[in-house]
Design a protein around this ligand. Structure first.
Ligand SMILES: Cc1cc2nc3c(=O)[nH]c(=O)nc-3n(C[C@H](O)[C@H](O)[C@H](O)COP(=O)(O)OP(=O)(O)OC[C@H]3O[C@@H](n4cnc5c(N)ncnc54)[C@H](O)[C@@H]3O)c2cc1C
Length: 475
């Protein structure tokens, strides 16, 4: 390596000399990766195949001390920095163009204290890896619905999934975190230590520092009754009408997210006569006896005859990984999200109509329930503000073909904008692309945005951590 040409936060190009890089080189060895060196393309590969950015330098960290070293070098030269946890972010914010990527994906340790029911988790851990560690003790941390997602980004943005109605968001189960701050120092934050920082990281994303460890509360949970029921899309209006009444009145141990999809042409998983048929469905997660689970699902199952009822008792980890085979890395992804309080008749019809013209068999939409225990926490108790919404809706544009990237984006934008008049006025930051603008980021935090800008000014006044859904430091 003979110096590195790299960009600053102001967009200027500077050269980091060998002398400036000496400390990093000594500590990281071949884990300090540049374009052309071995492992570069692997390290910059992320989930969304639509995003192509090439960092000038990648520091593949294995310890918190190495993270501190990388942050100090970045701060000293005002370098553009991105942070990679699981690399699953739909906006592709793990990557920066021509800057320094702090890659935490090698940090994979999970330590479960079964007696205390806690899990200490490093930032390169995926949901599958955390599930495997906790399930070995009959425990579960509330996470998301796709097991390849990174715990770090999911947690910092909020984290909702199959256990949200029962146990709250992932952040509602976060007990403490260790963070490397913009000046390279390390702090532990919890309800008692740096409480303003702890408030901010629970929903405020990667804006405040690099999280090197999370400690979560885990809950006793081994198996659930789960899996999908799919109905013909022609029945969707009747089913969503029933679902919008049924879900909020269901007990907290019962949940199911409503969805629109196309049955994938996968012979091992679906009967051939249903391949490429457009459907609506509910993916259930019920923590109850088989008998009680059947009774809980009965009101929805009586609305129309299902095409597929693939529900069975399974470990929660199996449900979290149930759709991994269908959605792998490298597809073209364009998402939008909106919080939803109620689903009026007009929205019922529009949802069906837009999904009748999905741009490909991997597109669709999900309505994730975020009532129940999520609403036990006040809107201003954490940065995550939309505690009065019933659902978090995601509009999923996805296709394997790069040539269809524009069609995927167009459909997603059109669909989400058609539904926006019926939504709560903002969406989940973890479902947001980069082109939605600062106003949309601000709206996601509602009344909490002003306080977030003050915490940002206290912990990252120069906005070192800006490659994210950015919260601007208060003047
Ligand atoms: C197929 C799929 C399914 C999903 N399902 C769900 C779901 O069920 N529930 C849900 O809530 N979300 C879900 N998401 C959204 C997911 O939460 C976000 O994409 C999240 O950003 C992924 O985190 P990551 O660590 O994998 O991402 P990365 O791309 O590695 O990181 C994303 C951003 O998070 C920040 N970040 C990551 N790690 C750190 C760290 N250690 N310290 C500071 N900042 C950090 C950075 O700003 C980074 O740019 C899903 C996404 C996909 C693609």
């Amino acid at each position: 390596m003979l110096g590195i040409s790299i960009v600053t936060t102001h967009g200027e190009r500077v050269t980091l000399t060998d002398q400036q890089l000496a400390g990093l080189k000594a500590a990281f060895g071949d884990r300090l990766v540049t374009p052309g060196s071995r492992g570069y393309d692997e390290a910059r590969t992320i989930w969304n195949g639509m995003i192509h950015r090439r960092p000038a330098l990648i520091a593949r960290c294995e310890t918190a001390a190495e993270v501190q070293q990388a942050v100090r070098v970045a701060a000293a030269s005002n370098l553009l920095v991105s942070i990679k946890g699981g690399g699953h972010n739909i906006a592709g914010n793990a990557l920066c163009h021509d800057g320094l990527m702090i890659d935490l994906s090698p940090m994979k340790r999970v330590v479960v204290d079964a007696a205390a029911r806690t899990a200490r988790v490093q930032p390169g851990v995926t949901l599958a890896e955390l599930d495997a560690a906790t399930q070995a003790h009959g425990l579960a941390v509330p996470l998301g619905i796709n097991s390849t997602t990174g715990v770090a980004g999911l947690t910092l943005g909020g984290g909702h999934g199959h256990l949200s109605r029962r146990h709250g968001l992932t952040i509602d189960n976060l007990l403490s975190a260790k963070l490397v701050l913009a000046d390279g120092s390390q702090v532990t934050t919890s309800a008692d230590e740096h409480p303003d920082l702890f408030w901010a990281i629970r929903g405020g994303g990667g804006n405040f520092g690099v999280a090197t460890e999370f400690t979560f509360r885990a809950h006793p949970l081994e198996t659930i009754v789960g899996g999908p029921t799919f109905w013909a899309i022609e029945d969707a209006d009747e089913l969503l009408n029933a679902y919008r009444e049924w879900l909020p009145s269901a007990p907290r141990n019962v949940t199911g997210f409503f969805n629109y999809h196309t049955i994938p042409p996968v012979a091992e998983a679906f009967p051939e006569e249903l391949h490429l048929r457009k459907v609506c469905g509910v993916v259930w997660c019920i923590d109850a006896s088989d008998e009680d689970a059947e009774a809980a699902m009965a009101p929805m199952l009586s609305v129309a005859e299902p095409l597929i009822h693939g529900v069975q008792r399974m470990p929660i980890a199996a449900l979290n990984g149930a759709f991994d085979g269908l959605y792998g890395p490298g597809d073209q992804w364009y998402w939008r999200g909106d919080f939803v309080r109620e689903i009026p008749d007009e929205a019922v019809v529009l949802n069906r109509e837009w999904n009748e013209r999905m741009p490909g068999f991997k597109a669709g939409s999900h309505l994730y329930p975020i009532d129940g225990a999520v609403q036990d926490v006040g809107a201003e108790d954490t940065a995550w503000a939309y505690r009065d919404a019933t659902w978090s809706q995601v509009f999923i544009g996805c296709d394997p073909e790069p040539a269809k990237a524009d069609a995927v984006r167009e459909w997603t934008v059109g669909y989400s904008e058609a539904l926006r008049p019926y939504a709560a006025g903002a969406g989940y930051v973890n479902f947001m692309m980069d082109d939605e603008g600062q106003g949309r980021v601000k709206a996601s935090y509602g009344p909490n945005y002003a306080r977030l800008t003050r915490v940002k000014a206290a912990y990252d006044p120069d906005n070192v951590f800006r490659v994210n859904q950015n919260i601007l430091p208060a003047a």
